[in-house]
Design a protein around this ligand. Structure first.
Ligand code: IPE
Ligand code: IPE
Ligand code: MG
Length: 264
């Protein structure tokens, strides 16, 4: 095992044992996560929901770092959906404030680890101060190459598809006859990124909640009962291990020979 991995997942730990079972040549190129269960985590402890979101921020940091060390190329985190505006104003405000604060604190995590930040979702709906900070960090990390961390903010899968259709019509560069799946996908918020190979949802809910609807067409889905604030490195490794047990057939009768990276 490579020494930088041994240092991060030290021998004798549960993480190390899991890592030994993972084929590092067949990692998912893109992992997407529906980070769910912050509210229930807090409620179970008699705490206000906001504290669940605070605790969830620790899981974000740990997951980002572990995915980067492992060698994942893209990690997309669903942090605020286009439907989350329905929540009480105080919770919505807290979520955006939290994001701003953590981004400010964790810029060094991105910079020091050569990580690029990218955001997807309707920018015009994002509170101005949060957007300013997000765009600053996006610009600051634009040339980083180790892994891209994508934050889905004010994101809805249906909106993404509608926005792509609008762009195609407005730009008028693609004729109806030339509009195929590749041309369409190039107008989605995720343009230039491979589709997710692995979709993780925490807190046991069996739904996709309007996340990356187009892009998850052939993603392998891993649902864990673990609530997001309890999600640790070992849970990420378990999800990758589960992914590697799947037979990805893409409609064929058998899996294509050695597909180690996602399709675009
Ligand atoms: C996920 O946790 C965080 C966001 C959706 C922003 P929730 O806040 O949805 O937690 P539960 O589902 O109510 O437990
Ligand atoms: C999905 O979680 C959105 C995010 C994780 C940001 P929700 O908690 O909002 O989804 P539902 O309401 O359970 O579908
Ligand atoms: Mg939820």
């Amino acid at each position: 095992m490579e020494s930088h991995l041994e240092a991060f997942f030290p021998p004798g730990t549960e993480e190390h044992d899991l890592l030994l079972k993972i084929d590092l040549c067949r990692l998912p190129g893109h992992i997407a996560v529906i980070m769910d269960g912050n509210g229930r985590w807090a409620e179970q402890r008699g705490l206000p929901r906001a504290q669940g979101h605070d605790a969830g921020a620790v899981s974000v940091r740990e997951t980002v770092e572990a995915a980067a060390r492992l060698g994942i190329d893209f990690l997309t985190l669903y942090a605020f959906s286009s439907e989350n505006w329905k929540r009480p104003a105080a919770e919505v405000g807290r979520l955006w404030r939290l994001l701003r604060e953590h981004l400010g604190k964790d810029v060094s995590l991105l910079v020091d680890n050569d990580l690029r930040l990218r955001i997807i979702g309707r920018r015009e709906g994002i509170p101005r101060t949060a957007l300013r900070e997000l765009e600053r960090v996006e610009a600051l990390t634009r040339d980083n190459r180790r892994m891209t961390v994508v934050f889905a903010l004010n994101y809805g899968g249906r909106q993404d598809i509608v926005d792509a259709a609008r762009r195609i019509v407005t730009e008028g560069r693609v004729s109806p006859g030339n509009l195929d799946e590749t041309a369409f996908a190039a107008h989605l918020a995720t343009a230039g990124m491979p589709d997710p190979d692995l979709l993780i949802r925490t807190s046991g809910e069996l739904r996709v909640s309007n996340f990356l609807l187009w892009q998850i067409a052939y993603a392998e889905i891993h649902v864990t009962p673990v609530l997001w604030p309890d999600f640790r490195r070992r849970h990420l490794l378990e999800a990758v291990l589960d992914y590697q047990k799947r037979d990805r057939r893409y409609g064929d009768v058998r899996a294509p020979a050695r597909r180690s990276r996602g399709r675009t």
